[in-house]
Write a protein that binds this ligand. Structure first.
Ligand SMILES: [Zn+2]
Length: 172
C-alpha cells in the first residue's frame, strides 16, 4: 500500500502470504530501497513501485498466483492479451459501467529480471491503452485500486472473468 508521496508498504521477501502479520510487511521508498529495516523486500518490488509511480490514484497493489490466472496466462501468452467482453462483472473494474465496454488484460512474458517486465508494462502504458491489471505468463496477476478494498475487488473480478473464459474454452 502507498503510505505517502515517497514510501510504500510491501511484503518481506519469501513470507507465507496466507499468514501475514505486521512483521511480514516492511517500508520501501519509491526506488525499492528498504527504509528503517534490514529486511529484504519482495523480489518483485519494482513492479509495485512502478504502479504507484505511474498511477497517482493507485494506493494498493495486489499480486496473486492462482491456478486460473496461471492457466489463462499461458493460454493467451501468444496473443499477448485477454479480451474480456460481454460480462456483466466487467462493471466490477473501476470506471466500467457496461458489459459492452471491453477490457483488455495484457499478458507479458515472465522473467526473473524485473527491469524487463517494468519496460513491458511501460510500453503498454505509453501506447495509451487503459491498464487495470496484467498477467505474467505462467506466473500470475497484478492489479490495483484506489484503496485495498478496490484492489481486492479487482483481483476477485479478474479471477472470476478469467475463470469464465477458461470454462468457455473447455466447453465450446
Ligand atoms: Zn509473483
Amino acid at each position: 500500500m502507498r503510505l505517502d508521496a515517497s514510501h510504500i508498504a510491501v511484503t518481506v521477501s519469501g513470507r507465507d502470504k496466507g499468514v501475514l502479520t505486521a512483521d511480514d510487511v516492511m517500508v520501501v521508498d519509491m526506488y525499492g530501497n528498504p527504509v528503517g529495516t534490514s529486511a529484504r523486500p519482495s523480489a518483485e518490488t519494482a513492479l509495485h513501485t512502478q504502479i504507484y509511480a505511474r498511477f497517482a490514484d493507485a494506493n494498493a497493489v495486489l499480486h496473486t498466483h492462482s491456478r486460473t490466472q496461471t492457466v489463462a496466462s499461458r493460454l493467451y501468452a501468444k496473443a499477448g492479451v485477454v479480451r474480456l467482453d460481454g460480462y456483466e462483472l466487467q462493471k466490477a473494474i473501476a470506471g466500467h459501467t457496461s458489459h459492452e465496454q471491453a477490457i483488455d488484460l495484457p499478458v507479458f512474458p515472465n522473467t526473473q529480471h524485473m527491469p524487463e517486465l517494468v519496460e513491458k508494462v511501460d510500453a503498454w502504458i505509453k501506447s495509451d491503452r487503459p491498464l487495470y491489471g496484467y498477467l505474467i505468463e505462467g506466473h500470475g496477476l497484478y492489479t490495483w485500486g484506489r484503496d485495498m478494498a478496490e484492489a481486492e475487488r479487482h483481483v476477485e473480478a479478474f479471477e472470476f472473468l478469467l475463470g469464465c473464459e477458461m470454462d468457455l474454452r473447455r466447453l465450446r
